[in-house]
Ligand binder design. Structure first.
Ligand code: 1CP
Length: 339
């Protein structure tokens, strides 16, 4: 078992810097497209054997040092009782949004083993196959709430902020319920065999710091505190979160995920005694090979002072990225960081 990733999470010395890429199982890989074709994304998510196959693809094809469970942050939201669809080319869609007390009251806290048994089965199957650690994950409550309130993706987050500013009781009631669901869901993933857990706060960066402190951070802190007894490393990634780093560092997470909008050395100085994960601009993978290697070398140098560094992109790999470019990056990180 290659446990370089886990050592880096714990801030222990490693022979080289481990790398994985957010959204590493996905549409940029022709092998993924093949498994995905002829079925919906949700069908794929609910078929453990196929989830195992696409989870393994980036590890086998590109040499990643960690695998991330193939699923989606919205799976537990569906399990709370809301119909979910993924519209081709448009992303997630909840026909019934959560914008009033009656709808909130109807949401359930699901038993993860009962209603999301396919996820736990995927985790168990993966652990039999994998030679690298398996990361389980969930969306952070604020990010999940935006999808339920907006009914899908958004640019302005009008409905979310409207509820936050005009009906804080309802807003916090929703965050509270999502938090309870998320904690149980991640504990179940840990119980099934996940070896690290990442919370994705993809939309945290739309919040003013004071709103982040009031509406996002307390729930993240609670989840992380409740996961501590598992002993697993916890990664917290607040996308677009350079202005929120001190708060992220206070979340209790062992590893702070970084997007690419901040120099990694500056971020390390601000998060203190924590491992970091990041932070190459996903589109920098388009650089010609020689310049990509220089870019990676500079990032590795800038990250020298970290208590632990897991190389990653600053956000998910873009669907039109040539897989060969991802391969060049993986090889460069391994080679240039070898101690
Ligand atoms: O058509 C397809 O095949 C679906 C594309 C796709 C994939 C491959 C979606 C739709 N989700 C996923 C898998 C996924 N999603 C994974 C596992 C794969 C891996 O990482 O290797 C993970 C960890 C996620 C997490 C996820 N889903 C996030 C958080 C990470 C991030 O990118 O910020 C978010 C926000 C989602 C919601 C989501 N899922 C899919 C779409 C198109 C979206 C909407 C994104 C948006 O609102 O802009």
């Amino acid at each position: 078992m290659n446990d370089t990733f886990l050592k880096a999470c714990r801030g222990e010395p490693t022979d080289y810097t481990p790398i994985w890429m957010m959204r590493q199982a996905g549409r940029y890989l022709p092998e993924y497209q093949k498994v995905r074709s002829g079925r919906t994304f949700l069908e794929l998510c609910k078929t453990p054997e196929l989830c195992v196959e696409v989870t393994l693809q980036p590890v086998d094809i590109l040499g990643m040092d960690a695998a991330i469970l193939f699923s989606d942050i919205l799976i537990p939201m569906e399990a709370m009782g809301l119909e979910l669809e993924f519209l081709e080319g448009r992303g997630p869609f909840f026909p019934q949004t959560v914008r009033d007390r009656a709808t909130l009251d109807r949401l359930i806290i699901p038993d993860p083993d009962e209603s999301m048994g396919f996820v736990m089965e995927t985790v168990r199957l993966l652990r039999k196959e994998l030679k690298v650690p398996l990361i389980g994950f969930a969306g952070a409550p604020f990010t999940c709430a935006t999808y339920l309130i907006e009914g899908g993706s958004s640019k302005v987050f009008w409905e979310t902020k409207k509820m936050m500013f005009t009906d804080p009781d309802l807003f916090h009631g929703l965050l509270e319920k999502i938090t309870r669901c998320t904690t149980a869901y991640l504990l179940a993933q840990a119980g099934a065999g996940a070896q690290a857990l990442q919370l994705f706060d993809s939309w945290a960066g739309i919040l003013a710091p004071s709103d982040f402190e009031a509406c996002a951070l307390p729930y993240v802190k609670r989840i992380i505190a409740d996961l501590k007894p598992t002993g697993l490393p916890i990664i917290y990634f607040a996308n677009n979160g350079a202005t929120l780093l001190e708060y992220s560092a206070a979340s209790g997470a062992d590893v702070i995920g970084l997007d690419w909008r901040i120099n990694i050395g500056d971020a390390i100085r601000r998060v203190g005694d924590k491992a970091v994960q990041g932070n190459l601009d996903p589109l920098a993978l388009l650089l010609p090979a020689d310049r990509l290697r220089v870019r990676i070398k500079n990032l590795l140098d800038d990250a020298q002072a970290a208590k632990g560094h897991i190389f990653n992109l600053g956000h998910g790999i873009h669907q039109f990225t040539p897989p060969e470019q991802a391969r060049i990056a993986v090889d460069a990180v391994h080679e240039l960081s070898r101690r």
